[in-house]
Write a protein of this length. Structure first.
Length: 365
C-alpha cells in the first residue's frame, strides 16, 4: 500500500440547488428542491434550508412537500450545471491533469506530482476551494488523504464548505470510529445486512474475516476488508476530454449601454485568451453567451475554418457576435465567451463560416 500518494476529493455543496440560488437571488435562504414537480417527481438536490425539514435527494417530491410545505420546486437546468462543472474542471487542471470526474459535482485529483510544485495537498485543496468560490460563487468541500476511499470520506466529514485531511498515521483510528453507513458504497440494504452480522462501525468490520465478508458480499467483501484496513490502491483515472474552454461574468448590477458591454466583453476576451494559453486548448467555434435581467438566455456562435488562437482573430469575431445581440431594452446580467469545436479528423473537410443562434428560456427562475 502506497501511503505517499496525495489524493484530493472535491465535492460541491448542494450543487444543483446552489447554482439555482446563485443565479436567482430570490431563492437564497429559502428551502429549494431541484426536480420535476409532478406526481412521480423526485428530488435531485435539496438546499440546506430544505434539508433541515428532512428533505433529501432521491426523495419523492410529494413526500418532500409534506415535510416542508413552503418548499420551492425548481426544474433542472443541466446545461447550466454542465457549464459550471466545466469551469470547476478548468480550475482543477491548473494543478494536475490526473482528474477523475465522478459526476458533474465531484472529482478525484492526484496531486502527488502537481503543476505548481506545491508540497502539501491540503494547500492545493485550500487554493482550489478559494478559486471555486471566487470564480463561480459556489462552495465546495474537500477531503485529502493518501487514497480515494479516505479522501472521499474526508470530503463528507465537515460539509458544507469543509476541509478535512486524514494522514496515514491517523487512518486506522479514524476508520475504526466510522459508522458503517459512512463507508463508501455501503447503501441501506448493505448496512442492514451488516447490522445483522453485528457490524456497526469500522472497528467491527475490521474484526471480520475476509472469508466471512466475501461469503456475505461476494467480490465487494474484499473491498470492505481492505477499506477497514485503510487499503485502497485504485489509481485516479483520467477520462475527461475537454470539449471547450470559456469564461463568464455575472454582474451585480445589470448593464445596458454599448460602451459598458463592449468594455466588459473585452475583459472577458482577455481572460479567455489566458485560459486558452494555460490549457493549450484549440477550437474553431467562438460562442457569446448573454443572460438578460429576466433570466432568459441567448447564445450566438460563429465557426471559422482556422483555429481561433489570438486576440487579433477573436476581437473582431466577438464584435460581430455582439452586433447580433439586442440590449437597449433588455439589460444584461451575465456575459460569457467560449471556444469549442476542437480539431478532429473532420478538419480535412472544407469549412464554411456559419452562425448558430439559440434561444434558451430559463424556466422556473
Amino acid at each position: 500500500m502506497d501511503t505517499h500518494r496525495k489524493i484530493i476529493h472535491i465535492d460541491m455543496d448542494q450543487f444543483f440547488a446552489a447554482v439555482e440560488q446563485r443565479d436567482n437571488p430570490a431563492l437564497r435562504g429559502l428551502p429549494v428542491a431541484v426536480g420535476h414537480d409532478g406526481e412521480r417527481g423526485v428530488v435531485s438536490t435539496a438546499s440546506y434550508e430544505a434539508r433541515r425539514f428532512g428533505v433529501h435527494s432521491a426523495q419523492s417530491i410529494q413526500v418532500a412537500k409534506r415535510l416542508c410545505p413552503e418548499l420551492i420546486i425548481v426544474p433542472s437546468h443541466f446545461d447550466r450545471y454542465k457549464e459550471v462543472s466545466a469551469q470547476i474542471r478548468d480550475i482543477m487542471q491548473d494543478y494536475t491533469d490526473l482528474i477523475e470526474p465522478i459526476s458533474l459535482d465531484e472529482a478525484f485529483l492526484d496531486v502527488t506530482h502537481n503543476k505548481k510544485n506545491i508540497e502539501l495537498a491540503v494547500d492545493i485543496a485550500k487554493e482550489i476551494k478559494q478559486r471555486i468560490l471566487q470564480e463561480t460563487g459556489l462552495t465546495a468541500s474537500a477531503g485529502v488523504s493518501y487514497c480515494k476511499f479516505l479522501a472521499k470520506i474526508a470530503s463528507d466529514y465537515r460539509k458544507p464548505n469543509g476541509l478535512c485531511t486524514i494522514h496515514p498515521d491517523q487512518a486506522l483510528s479514524f476508520i475504526a470510529r466510522l459508522r458503517i453507513e459512512q463507508f463508501w458504497l455501503v447503501g441501506k440494504k448493505t448496512a442492514e445486512k451488516m447490522h445483522k452480522m453485528g457490524i456497526y462501525n469500522g472497528a467491527q468490520l475490521r474484526d471480520y474475516s475476509l472469508q466471512g465478508l466475501t461469503a456475505a458480499f461476494g467480490k465487494a467483501g474484499q473491498m470492505f476488508y481492505d477499506f477497514a484496513r485503510g487499503i485502497d490502491d485504485r489509481p485516479v483515472v483520467k477520462d475527461w476530454v475537454r470539449k471547450s474552454v470559456g469564461c463568464e461574468r455575472t454582474y451585480e448590477h445589470d448593464i445596458h449601454t454599448k460602451a459598458a458591454i463592449t468594455i466588459e466583453l473585452y475583459h472577458i476576451l482577455l481572460e479567455l485568451l489566458d485560459r486558452l494559453h494555460r490549457t493549450q486548448f484549440q477550437g474553431h467555434t467562438l460562442t457569446l453567451k448573454v443572460k438578460y435581467h429576466d433570466f432568459t438566455q441567448i447564445t450566438r456562435s460563429i465557426t471559422s475554418p482556422e483555429l481561433l488562437l489570438t486576440k487579433e482573430q477573436l476581437l473582431p469575431l466577438s464584435k460581430q457576435l455582439l452586433h447580433k445581440v439586442t440590449f437597449e431594452q433588455h439589460p444584461i446580467r451575465l456575459l460569457g465567451l467560449s471556444i469549442g469545436n476542437p480539431p478532429s479528423a473532420s478538419d480535412t473537410k472544407p469549412h464554411r463560416e456559419e452562425w448558430i443562434d439559440q434561444y434558451l428560456p430559463f424556466e422556473g427562475e
